[in-house]
Design a protein around this ligand. Structure first.
Ligand code: G3I
Length: 381
């Protein structure tokens, strides 16, 4: 998939190269015309987007490109018509992921009925802005539609339903979605398997056999789109702990017998307590052990929730964002640094953690927060 990434980014590189051939006033004119110093999508630092004179004017996606890191954001198609939302998303980010619209219940709401409208709108936006698209998610215990939950299906039926779902969704997005969270949140924090409709209630035929059903899903996914990168994604798997040990054991086993697993997603929904040296060192060494298996490691859903928006809290948030960006830069297999949304205006945090919020790099007026500057600085080191 790296070749696809290079193919998409190539026109911009060529434009940068062309810009280097001008001198004097011609150079100034050319800089304006070429958008040198601008992003892959024109001029991300142009006046059309929100800007703050005291913060950097080079976009995150530009700064991340030499590090071979995609700067991602979860997005929702209903907001694309909002100009500030679209401007920031399309200029600052090189990857987009559907926050909800590719989940089972939304994309496959009735038996035999698929609704690709939201996902397709996001893919079109991404293509128009030279962004990669990451898919989320095919096998998850949440967002299972009523027709599946209440269908009274036996394991053989559920196996057919899930295989058809994976085939249809991945087939629809083949060549457009370069990587998928095939299975999401299958482990509990103590490292045991989560009881779900797909695992053991009644499951797809592998109840009680540990990660075997994950292996099956990966095999189906690989058959559905052999070019897609396939990920297992979870939360609380960032540091070395019982859950990440279980995921590591699964990954080691899969790699030892050729199961198509390309990487692990680390959601990274955290608060400021995550900012301590022991925790951060544990995260880095955890990424390293997965990298040593030959896997890519993606930071997939980062947000840092705060209980207030005081200057001290926003600066502490910025410090942690910067540290996590630096950790990713220093880990060669860390290919994605993605936040769960990008503006505090549309974040899942206040709805789920009442009293908490301010978790993302842009505020609810699309202004760059200290967190943005810290990410930018970490990419500039
Ligand atoms: O679309 C309906 C809307 O029609 C209805 O009026 C409204 C009423 O509640 O609900 C809307 O659906 C909501 C959906 O988000 C879209 O906004 C669901 O209720 C709500 O449960 C759903 O929450 C999402 C949640 O996953 C469950 O799917 C969050 O936005 C989303 O941020 C969250 O994302 C998850 C990742 O997928 C996996 N990792 C954890 C992460 C945070 O929970």
């Amino acid at each position: 998939m790296k070749s696809l990434y290079l193919r998409i980014m190539a026109p911009n590189s060529a434009r940068r190269l062309a810009c280097t051939t001008f001198t004097g006033t011609a150079l100034l004119t050319a800089l304006i015309l070429c958008g040198c110093g601008g992003g892959s999508t024109g001029s991300p630092s142009s006046p059309s987007g929100p800007s703050n004179p005291s913060t950097p004017t080079t976009t995150l996606r530009q700064l991340a490109s030499p590090h071979d890191i995609l700067i991602g954001a979860a997005a929702d198609s209903q907001y694309l018509s909002e100009s500030n939302y679209a401007n920031v998303l399309g200029t600052e980010f090189s990857q987009l992921q559907a926050e909800n619209e590719m989940k089972f219940g939304l994309i496959h709401p009735q038996q035999g009925t698929y609704d690709f409208s939201g996902g397709d709108a996001l893919v079109s936006f991404a293509q128009a802005h030279n962004m990669m698209v990451r898919g989320h998610t095919l096998v998850w215990h949440e967002e299972v539609p009523d027709w599946v939950t209440n269908g009274g299906f036996a394991a053989t039926d559920l196996s057919n339903i899930l295989q058809d779902h994976i085939n249809t969704v991945m087939g629809h997005y083949a060549g457009k979605v370069y990587a998928w969270d095939v299975v999401n949140e299958a482990f509990q924090d103590d490292g045991t398997m989560r009881d779900t409709i797909w695992y053991d209630q009644p499951g797809i035929g592998f109840a009680g056999q540990g990660p075997k059903y994950i292996e099956q899903a990966l095999q189906w996914a690989h058959a559905a789109d052999p070019a897609a990168k396939l990920f297992y994604n979870d939360y609380n798997d960032e540091t070395v702990n019982a859950k990440s040990d279980a995921i590591y054991a699964m990954a080691q086993d899969f790699k030892s017998h050729g199961v198509p697993l390309d990487g692990i997603g680390f959601q990274t929904h955290v608060d400021l307590s995550f900012d301590n040296p022991t925790t951060l060192a544990s995260y880095a060494s955890n990424l390293q052990r997965f990298a040593d298996l030959g896997l890519d490691v993606h930071i997939t859903e980062l947000d840092i929730r705060l209980s207030d928006d005081s200057t001290a809290s926003l600066n502490a948030e910025a410090k942690l964002y910067g540290e996590l960006m630096t950790m990713c830069v220093q880990q060669p297999r860390c290919k994605v640094f993605q936040t769960w949304g990008f503006t505090d205006k549309y974040s899942w945090i206040p709805g789920t953690f009442p009293g908490w919020g301010w978790a993302l790099p842009f505020d609810d007026n699309y202004q760059k927060k200290p967190a943005y500057t810290a990410i930018s600085n970490a990419l500039s080191q």
